[in-house]
Design a protein around this ligand. Structure first.
Ligand code: BLA
Length: 294
């Protein structure tokens, strides 16, 4: 199988595009408690770069982490989190590539579970379905996933695994640009919520999302290997999923009691339900057709 020379591509191009595009539509201010980071992994072979901003009144945090070096691996973790006064989706691009294999998740992650909340689904995704359709064939469904993850995904999620190639890299770049521009349009149109109840709900929903990812994101083992357990923890709590310690007080087990072990600790397995959804669980109208675990 042909493999891709990883030195011929970089996710920096994605990050540059995103921050430039965001700057056209919002005033980005360096995130107060973050410094742009450039650091080397423990074995010195890999560089990690971080960048983060906020942009009142709508963007609480826009941040990116890239990992690259001569280890045969490239990673992008780029996300945008809205202020709780807005029920905007969370922009999410998580790409992992080796010379042979790429694993990607690109989505406007819904704040509310769209398999249940159809009003939220219609509000944000009805008009975006054609955008998703453009890419579902070229970046096909990646097969079984951790079942718990699905409630954080939207009907236009791109979850894919494929042989790394320049062609796919180009398709992914194009999808990334279009998805991000679509998010920015939603952001521009978003109207500030005034109901205290609704703002609290948004805040809780975002906190639940952050709590899930800060505990169970599939990238954690690699981050820990690269920078060690302590720095990885700091990176997760203070940078990647900043807000997990401040937007709410509930714990992981409050949100996800099914992970409770008999001794009161969190089950270390990533999934208690197991993997499922072998094929795309939404039809072309964005109707949920997944059978779920079992
Ligand atoms: C695999 N990453 C995956 C998978 C998903 C995601 C769904 C497939 C395996 C699984 O079902 O868990 C991504 N899951 C997500 C996202 C959400 C979610 C974005 O629930 C959001 C709610 N991935 C990264 C980073 C690294 C990384 C930063 O984002 C590395 C530093 C690596 N992801 C990575 C690897 C795999 C993977 C190595 C395959 C290994 C595995 O399946 O455990």
């Amino acid at each position: 199988m042909a493999s891709l020379d990883l030195s011929s591509f970089s996710y920096h191009k994605f990050v540059e595009f995103a921050f430039q595009e965001a700057k056209l539509r919002a005033d980005l201010i360096p995130f107060p408690s973050h410094l742009p980071y450039k650091f080397r992994s423990k074995d010195n072979n890999i560089m990690l770069h971080t960048l983060s901003f906020h942009a009142p009144p709508k963007i609480r945090l826009i941040r990116s982490l890239t990992v690259e070096g001569n280890s045969g691996m490239q990673v992008l973790d780029f996300a945008v989190f809205p202020e709780p006064e807005f029920d905007l989706p969370i922009f999410c691009a998580n790409f992992f590539a080796t010379a042979n294999l790429s694993i990607v998740v690109l989505d406007l992650n819904p704040l509310y579970d769209v398999t249940i909340d159809t009003a939220y689904k219609h509000k944000y995704y009805r008009e975006l379905l054609p955008l998703g359709q453009k890419y579902f064939e070229l970046l096909p469904w990646g097969g079984n996933i951790t079942s718990e993850s699905l409630r954080f995904f939207s009907p236009i999620v791109i979850w894919s695994r494929f042989s790394s190639s320049q062609f796919k890299y180009g398709v992914l770049y194009s999808a990334f640009m279009e998805y991000f521009k679509a998010w920015l349009v939603l952001m521009e149109q978003a109207v500030k919520e005034t109901s205290a109840f609704q703002i609290c709900r948004n805040c809780d929903a975002q906190h639940k999302y952050l709590t899930w990812r800060a505990e169970k994101d599939p990238g954690h083992p690699i981050l820990k290997k690269l920078v060690g357990e302590n720095l990885a923890k700091e990176l997760l709590r203070d940078f990647l999923f900043h807000g997990v310690g401040s937007l709410g007080t509930k714990t992981f087990l409050d949100y996800f009691p099914e992970y409770n072990c008999a001794d009161g600790t969190v089950n270390r397995k990533r999934s208690v339900m197991g993997k499922s959804y072998e094929t795309r669980p939404w039809d072309t109208n964005g109707e949920f057709i997944g059978n779920g675990p079992g």
